[in-house]
Ligand binder design. Structure first.
Ligand SMILES: NC(=O)c1ccc[n+]([C@@H]2O[C@H](COP(=O)([O-])OP(=O)(O)OC[C@H]3O[C@@H](n4cnc5c(N)ncnc54)[C@H](O)[C@@H]3O)[C@@H](O)[C@H]2O)c1
Length: 347
């Protein structure tokens, strides 16, 4: 049965992504209303609450006890996702968990199991799936435009080093760039191929000798359908990094080629000639800043899918299982690098 009233939303963590989600829900998502936020630092949450005319709860328990909140968005450092998601589920709230879902596969499984038990939806913010060029690539692949996908070279190359990211990302418990950022790539590869990881072999390192987390990795993987994948992820490219390689992928199908740049163009070659199949409008970082509606398009599509699923009582477009499988592949890359062995994930 379709829910007719607006769903009440709470956001946990009011940093870069928390503010992004509050703005997205408040201004663009239909069928949902922002009710309250919580941040461990009230100096961060109070101005957000004042800006949107909503409550700034003093504790997580306070936010989760609110009867007017149906779903929460978890927008905190990685190692907090699992405990906060479990607390929200225990309080009967649907959860949208930022990527990566949790810092172990066992915790992902626990979140999925508890969500089922409580009858609430669990989704993960794999917002790359909602970016214009990725969406078009998926549509064309599903239509058979390049035939069956056989090989992928996936890039996630960012410039500047760990200092460029929030400080907590350099703490050991948050693991590194492959886990924290390239987790989107692990998900996109599964989504585009419609297959799952069979084997993972990886080499992980950091160019910064002081770093206690991984910052650069290469993974060689096979999918259950035989597709061979290489993923190159780094957060420490000397500026300005390579062009077209922030969230990009070169894809070889049986009948054609694709070159996706999630922040630029989607190129396709099916007849001996490269053509532009989709184009991402650039974000006006310098003028409109990080809340530029162009940047929020993908978050709006993503959040809308989750809200519609709750209202229509069906599974969300991105499930807890999707979050779990991406975490499993990323952690297997670290394990492979530690042990020097290829890891078999699924048979
Ligand atoms: N989907 C995407 O495209 C995307 C993009 C960037 C970041 N992220 C993800 O968003 C999450 C947050 O990243 P960010 O860049 O916003 O970080 P951030 O540092 O800007 O914000 C994190 C916020 O969490 C708060 N916080 C810390 N401990 C807390 C606690 N125990 N309870 C409540 N609040 C607490 C901090 O005070 C801070 O305001 C991460 O999971 C990150 O991977 C996703």
């Amino acid at each position: 049965m379709t829910e007719t009233r607006d769903l009440g939303i709470g956001v946990i963590g009011c940093g870069f992504m928390g503010k992004t989600q509050v703005e997205t829900v408040a201004k663009f998502v239909k069928g949902a209303t922002m009710k309250a936020v919580f941040d461990a630092n009230p100096e961060i949450s109070q101005p957000v609450a004042a800006k949107y005319g909503i409550a700034a709860e003093k504790t997580l328990a306070g936010l989760l006890a609110r009867g007017d909140i149906d779903a929460v968005f978890i927008e905190t450092p990685h190692f907090l996702h699992a405990e906060q998601a479990l607390a929200a589920i225990a309080a009967g709230k649907h959860v949208m968990i930022e990527k990566p879902m949790a810092h172990s596969v066992a915790l992902c499984d626990e979140i999925i199991a508890k969500g089922k038990e409580k009858g609430v939806l669990v989704s993960i913010t794999f917002s790359q799936r909602s970016r214009t060029c990725n969406l078009k690539a998926k549509e064309l692949i599903d239509q058979g435009a390049i035939g069956r996908v056989r090989q992928i070279l996936d890039f996630h190359l960012l410039a500047g080093g760990l200092v460029k990211f929030p400080k907590w990302q350099s703490d050991k418990e948050n693991l590194g760039i492959l886990f924290g950022h390239a987790i989107h790539c692990f998900d996109r590869i599964r989504w585009l191929t419609g297959s799952d990881y069979a084997t993972v072999y990886g080499k992980c390192m950091s160019m910064d000798p002081q770093a206690v987390v991984e910052a650069s990795s290469m993974a060689l993987m096979t999918m259950l359908d035989g597709t061979v994948v290489t993923l190159w992820s780094s957060g420490e490219m000397p500026p300005p990094s390579f062009p077209r390689r922030e969230f990009s992928a070169m894809i070889v199908g049986e009948k054609g080629l694709m070159d996706i740049d999630a922040y630029g163009e989607l190129l396709i070659n099916t007849s001996g000639k490269w053509e532009v199949a989709a184009k991402q409008e650039p974000v006006d970082w310098a003028g409109k800043g990080f809340l530029d509606p162009v940047r929020l398009q993908s978050f709006t599509r993503h959040a809308q899918g989750f809200i519609d699923a709750i209202r229509e009582n069906r599974q969300p477009p991105v499930t807890g299982w999707d979050g779990r499988q991406a975490v499993a592949a990323a952690l297997a890359t670290y394990e492979s690098s530690r042990t020097g062995k290829e890891i078999v994930l699924n048979k």
